[in-house]
Design a protein around this ligand. Structure first.
Ligand code: SF4
Length: 181
């Protein structure tokens, strides 16, 4: 089993090698590292703690930490999507705000089991995702910012407001979706 210390050492080493810093908030950082550790235990690789993984290496390859999107995100926004890696300015100011998800929507939906190989090409916008949810997954929302995810377990950290996973609750209401056809 990978220890938390090892996960931290790896992240520190990687941050240093690229001229980045780890998030300066110790508690927040610990949550993310613990998320990485748990994902590595579960899948065999440290998939992103803010994103949904499938458990299939080839599908999840782009979100194995450090993900394919980290460098352009730190370059453009001063932080990666989860805010694990930050640039010197963000590290010094300790101020972060949500950044847009750079991972292609097709890949995100595939993680939810909605789109993928052998399935129809995805044509809808993210806002109409609800129309296509029929997977029986839990609907979870962040009590702090209202961010909604469809997965069995909440992310370790909310990618929008950075709230801890304890802030996620399940939507118990039964939802009915119309296909419009
Ligand atoms: S967003 Fe950050 S924490 Fe998540 S996989 Fe990318 S680099 Fe790692």
């Amino acid at each position: 089993m990978t220890s938390l210390d090892k996960v931290k050492q790896r992240a520190e080493f990687d941050a240093k090698a690229h001229g980045y810093y780890l998030n300066p908030d110790p508690e927040f950082l610990l949550n993310l590292l613990e998320g990485l550790r748990k994902n590595e235990e579960r899948y065999g690789y440290p998939s992103c703690p803010c994103r949904m993984a499938t458990g299939e290496f080839e599908v999840d390859r782009d979100i194995i930490c450090p993900c394919d999107y980290r460098d352009p995100d730190v370059e453009e926004h001063g932080t990666c999507y989860c805010c694990l890696f930050v640039d010197s300015g963000t590290y010094a100011s300790k101020e972060t705000s949500p950044i847009p998800e750079r991972r292609p929507m097709e890949k995100q939906l595939r993680a939810y089991g909605i789109a993928g190989e052998g399935q129809p090409e995805l044509k809808q916008e993210p806002s109409s995702m609800l129309m296509n949810i029929g997977t029986g997954r839990k609907i979870l929302y962040c009590k702090q910012c209202g961010y909604v995810v469809f997965r069995e377990e909440p992310p370790y950290v909310c990618p929008i407001c950075r709230a801890k996973r304890e802030m996620f609750a399940e939507v118990k209401a039964r939802l009915f979706f119309s296909t419009g056809s």
